[in-house]
Design a protein around this ligand. Sequence first.
Ligand code: RNT
Ligand code: ZN
Length: 421
Amino acid sequence: MYDVKKGYEIAKEFYARYGIDVDKAIEIADKTPISMHCWQGDDVGGLEKKEEKSLTGGIQTTGNYPGKATNGEQLRADIDEAMKFIPGTLRMNLHANYAEADTFVERDEIKPEHFAKWMKWAKERGVALDFNPTYFAHPKSTDRGTLSCADEETRKFWVRHGIACRKIGQYFAEQQGSKCIINHWTPDGDKEVPFDTLAPRMRLKQSYDEIFAATEDCKDVMDGIESKVFGIGVESYTVGSHEFCMGYVMNAHKDHIIMTLDAGHYHPTETVSAKLSGIYTFSDHVLLHVTRAVRWDSDHVVGFEDETRAIFEELVRMNKLQDTYIATDFFDASINRICAWVIGLRNTRKAILAALLQPVAKEKEIENAWDVSARLAWKEEFRAAPFSLVWDYYCAKTNKGVGLDWLGEVKDYEKNVQFKR
Ligand code: RNT
Ligand code: ZN
């Protein structure tokens, strides 16, 4: 190992020349909550008993790497293992299909008590819980849709699920003394463009209206409405398109109803980083699904790459980092699932810290003076800043493993725990 402290001192000097306070950036990055998704650990399988449910709704985990968690205890143990190597404030993002009941409970009947094991686990670790209705991977989630289904009985079932989830979110919020962030994503769509594209959208609107109207007393819950371009098997039409979701959020005029932007949910030439300021012109909050899109919504492990960095750079420049709910969303079954978490979550934190090390005040000053040559010169100069020295120091300081220190430990856990399952 090299002299991490010495590296940090040099980096500190480097950044100070541009008026950047490294210690302050570290402090803010460390306190920024990232909601870690539970579903990387078991390929979105869930813990409901009854029958094995296959993943549906146009999303897919690919790969068959051995050792995945097969019950709640294993999943939580794996999360604990991953958390050893992820610096900074974390929350835990649960999906409704991670309910643990003694006997099977239908999705429209789930209650806080079915998440008692998660709540206990979270309290012991001082971690807050976020939540997601699971509108997929269920016999009632077919190619006829869920919240937009023309069959009234089916639609009502999913409305009751949404209502049950908001009540659970409210319970979590009260228990943890911090808002619960809920994300609503429906898989509804069609393999072909339907003749009537409007009616399903009107029904989806009606369903959201009914969910929110029935749970007005759930005051400590935020609701992200997640849009998408398409899914596998539903390639031609998505009910919850970007226009639909954005329209719903803006028209709702409710502080708790916000846009969820998933980095994998747009056409390949569209980026979330480019959408943020347009939405922040009209909204106070945004929910982010941080993922790495390779061609489409592939849910690859988050990389420390251009778009991930650009998203956080934008948020820092707009001074909106603290108003943005950051959640990870990827599922890779082709590598060790703990490695997937550690790599993706570390990269998310890395992108946040790197974004906080931009010379924002200076850049704004140059831009306001309309010195466009200097603007480009500054921007480009910064690409080679000695960021890794700050990152390593932060990891050392928080005791989360410098560089690839963590890899050997996860390999041991893989050998001694995961491969023995
Ligand atoms: C699917 C959405 C959604 C899911 C999770 C599991 O395209 O991104 O957010 O990935 O709810
Ligand atoms: Zn998502």
